[in-house]
Design a protein around this ligand. Structure first.
Ligand SMILES: [Zn+2]
Length: 419
């Protein structure tokens, strides 16, 4: 449902015809720039879903009577969960954003199924999600099992017994499935598993040496901790991220879209954190490439700088350089899915980025000299952020495959770990 209202700016007196989408949380901030004087105006939207009523409390503007169809100096659309038209001095288009953006039938059904699934997870479940992650990472397995049994013994009983690792990763699917392209992820996990379990020598024995090293030096648990922290962070922010997941799944053309931007600072932090973790996980990729192309995880590619003599030295390189030397196997490059953009990360992270609220364009300067300016729309940045999360979720599964590879090589290893 959409409603319209005419708002008079307190500073310049110009009229904005606001078209409001009624969806999302019962109380929302609706904030935008008056196109007349570029001051921030808007208000709070209250939605009473039970009585199908809405009210709007204005801030720095007042509601006035007038021609709602074409009256006003400026026309603003606002929606919590749909891309809308850019702010304009032209009257609103007749079709509402919902009708303009409606995806194909199959896509629509997928979105409905995702929404239903995410609604089936309650706040208490999300508390449990955090507790489960904490308990597992801190190796508090008794607590972990107790909470996990709510899901895999009571709610969704499993036909066969699943072990601790499987339970941990299954829970992540159970909670986060509505937010990731699940089929693509399953395909990738299968390909990763086939890759790690190749039977040819010396691959098998060198892989053993590698996973033993990764386990002994704490890398596997460290990576698990890193990726799980991101999943936790994503879960905390899921409500406002969910609409962007929908945009990323439907991948519409972006240049005309305009979206609420109040969470930009949080998005920036999440993106930067994910970038760091993806950078650390390149240690796994370079080790796998070294085994595949040179027979040992320590045999570095010939083009790396002279100071990089072995696998451990590789960690000294910047993330951008690490990625440069991890291009040998196109499969791993495809897992990173074009999301490892160090120019964007450097620009966004070093605060040499400017955000224009009205155009929703982020201008960023990746070089230290700050000369060359790049631009990305907020919409494209958020789609990029969601796709980065998907890459991270895929690599979260790679860590699992490596860990299982370690455990399976000797029957007492797993027993030792969970004792
Ligand atoms: Zn104004």
């Amino acid at each position: 449902m959409w409603v319209r209202t005419l708002l008079k700016c307190r500073i310049c007196g110009k009229l904005t015809n606001l078209r409001l989408g009624i969806s999302g949380p019962p109380q929302q901030e609706v904030k935008f720039e008056c196109l007349g004087c570029r001051t921030t105006i808007g208000g709070t939207l209250y939605i009473d879903y039970e009585n199908i009523q809405t009210s709007f409390k204005t801030i720095n503007c007042t509601e006035v009577k007038g021609d709602l169809l074409s009256g006003g100096d400026y026309f603003i659309e606002y929606s919590f969960d749909r891309p809308v038209a850019k702010p304009s001095s032209q009257p609103h288009r007749l079709l509402t954003p919902y009708l303009r953006q409606f995806p194909d039938t199959e896509g629509a059904l997928d979105l409905i199924a995702r929404a239903r699934w995410s609604r089936s997870i309650s706040s208490s479940d999300w508390y449990n999600f955090h507790s489960l992650n904490n308990a597992y990472i801190q190796k508090n397995y008794a607590t972990f099992r107790k909470i996990a049994s709510i899901y895999f013994t009571e709610k969704y009983p499993m036909k066969k017994r699943i072990d601790l690792q499987q339970t941990f990763y299954q829970l992540h699917y159970l909670f986060l499935a509505p937010y990731i392209p699940i089929e693509k992820n399953h395909d990738l996990v299968l390909q990763m598993t086939n890759y790690i379990y190749q039977k040819n020598e010396p691959f098998v024995s060198q892989m053993q040496v590698f996973v033993d090293h990764l386990f002994a030096m704490g890398y596997l648990h460290g990576w698990q901790k890193d990726t799980t922290a991101i999943l936790d962070d994503f879960a905390d922010n899921r409500d406002w991220l969910a609409p962007f997941v929908v945009h990323s799944l439907t991948s519409r053309a972006s240049k005309d879209y305009w979206l609420p931007t109040e969470h930009y600072p949080k998005a920036k932090r999440l993106y930067t954190d994910m970038f760091e973790v993806l950078g650390r996980l390149l240690m796994a990729i370079v080790g796998l490439n070294n085994i595949e192309y040179r027979g040992s995880y320590n045999s570095m590619p010939s083009n790396v700088p002279k100071s990089i003599k072995n696998w451990e030295d590789f960690s000294e390189l910047s993330n951008a350089l690490k990625f440069k030397y991890c291009q040998e196997n196109p499969f791993w490059v495809s897992v990173y899915n074009n999301t490892f953009d160090h120019k964007l990360r450097n620009g966004i992270n070093h605060n040499k980025a400017y955000f224009d609220d009205t155009s929703q364009i982020i201008s960023y300067f990746p070089d230290i000299q700050g000369k060359k300016c790049y631009q990305i729309s907020y919409y494209d940045f958020m789609v990029h952020t969601i796709k980065t999360f998907w890459a991270l979720f895929d690599l979260h599964q790679l860590v699992k495959v490596l860990l299982v590879r370690y455990y399976l090589s000797s029957s007492d290893r797993y027993q030792e770990e969970i004792a």
